[in-house]
Design a protein around this ligand. Structure first.
Ligand code: NDP
Length: 383
């Protein structure tokens, strides 16, 4: 039996992970499950899986959590420090699936225990890539990419040397607005933006997929995970989301990973790594699919990938500023405060301002993140 903690257990990645664990209960012992404020949901999961501890980030939800766990013997805690302490209990595998930079400190706490971390929380890597990877190295931890594209690349690199890679190609579905005109994009609503054609995901990443910011964040994520150089990373639009990414080698061989659009496939790959386990996912029906198509990016209509590439090239604090500005702008869009195309426009404005000095520690990144959030909110208020 291996122990597992799931940071962000009540979310979409959390649900997919727990679904796989539910199918193999004899393999896993659950240490910690966390959420932001869905206390009832978290308590139900903690009871079902016999977790040692359940933690909500929002302290105002602790009473609800305690009440829902009464008599279970499961510890209840709240707040950022409690989240980090739960992550530091040192499970064999920690699934980092909190959304946004809020996941950074708990992910770091898990890495510092030197175990294996399955990383879905791409914003943590975007904001603090160098610092997180240095901590992985220092603590002898193992980072398993869970994002489907990065998991695909990870799989395609097995048994090969990164120095033989000519290109890494991230595939992008193009999101729900792939064929929309600029005029239509300006009118896009939150309800339309969260309706992804291929994937069922949380609200924030769904909006990121619609703006293509998600692919830009993944570009930065890939830059940290697979150090081939920014000029060897590219993005291609592939509406069917069957090929999850590709690695081309110097001899002209291109390895691709294909699979259904179901996060349980990359999550299963992390749970079982370096072996394989069954999933309930339907096998690919290639004759049924008929064809796979590919298109170049349109950065006129979807400038977010350009912004991310520029932030990656600038390095230092730029990706953390970009990420913070995007998180604030996406929340404002979901709340009906700004339009869809304003999201990338606000991020662009924030990147055009003076960028703070490169962060040297986790605390520096968190300070840059907090300041950039404040300044983006000011920008929104004075729009
Ligand atoms: P969801 O919104 O579905 O879930 C987010 C989880 O994080 C929930 O458990 C939520 O708790 C918790 N959470 C939210 N805010 C905070 C906070 N401030 N502090 C602590 N916990 C918090 O997100 P997804 O599962 O879709 O995505 C999670 C991460 O995985 C993201 O970084 C995303 O980019 C990445 N990812 C997701 C994919 C997907 O298919 N969903 C694919 C690839 C990557 P509560 O329920 O209480 O709000």
């Amino acid at each position: 039996m291996r122990s597992i903690s799931i940071l962000g257990a009540t979310g979409s990645i959390g649900a997919s992970t727990l679904d796989l664990i539910r199918r193999n209960p004899q393999e896993w012992r659950v240490t910690a499950l966390t959420a932001n404020c869905q206390a009832q949901e978290l308590a139900a999961l903690a009871r079902e899986f016999g977790a040692e501890i359940a933690v909500v980030a929002d302290t105002s939800c602790l009473d609800d959590l305690r009440e829902a766990l009464a008599g279970s013997g499961i510890e209840a805690a709240a707040g950022t420090r409690a989240l980090c302490e739960a992550a530091a209990r040192g499970a064999d595998l920690t699934v980092a699936a909190i959304v946004g930079c809020a996941g950074l400190a708990p992910t770091m706490a898990a890495i510092e225990q030197g175990g294996t971390v399955a990383l879905a929380n791409k914003e943590a890597l975007v904001s603090a890539g160098d610092i997180l990877l240095a901590a992985v190295e220092r603590n002898g931890a193992t980072l398993l990419p869970t994002d489907s594209e990065h998991n695909a690349i990870f799989q395609c690199l097995q048994g090969n040397s990164i120095s033989d890679v000519s290109w890494i190609t991230l595939t992008a579905s193009g999101g729900p607005f792939r064929d929309w005109t600029g005029g239509q994009l300006r009118q896009a609503t939150p309800a339309q933006a969260v309706k992804h054609p291929n994937w069922a995901m949380g609200a924030k990443i769904s909006v990121d997929s619609a703006t293509m910011m998600n692919k830009g964040l993944e570009f930065i994520e890939a830059h940290h995970l697979f150090p081939v150089g920014l000029d060897r990373l590219r993005i291609v639009v592939h509406p069917q989301s069957v090929i999850h990414s590709m690695v081309e080698y110097r001899d002209g061989s291109t390895l691709a990973q294909l699979g259904p659009s179901d996060m349980r496939v990359p999550i299963a790959s992390c749970l079982a790594w370096p072996r394989r386990i069954d999933t309930p996912c339907k096998p690919l029906d290639l004759p049924g699919l008929g064809q796979l198509s590919f298109f170049p990016l349109d950065e006129e209509r979807f400038p977010a990938t350009r912004l991310c590439r520029e932030a990656a090239e600038a390095g230092g604090a730029a990706p953390a500023v970009l990420n913070a500005a995007n998180e604030v702008a996406v929340a404002a869009f979901l709340a009906g405060q700004i339009g869809f195309t304003d999201i990338a426009a606000k991020v662009d404005r924030m990147l055009a301002r003076a960028i703070p000095a490169p962060p040297e520690s986790l605390e520096c990144v968190l300070a840059i993140d907090a300041e950039a959030r404040e300044r983006t909110m000011e920008l929104l208020e004075h729009a």
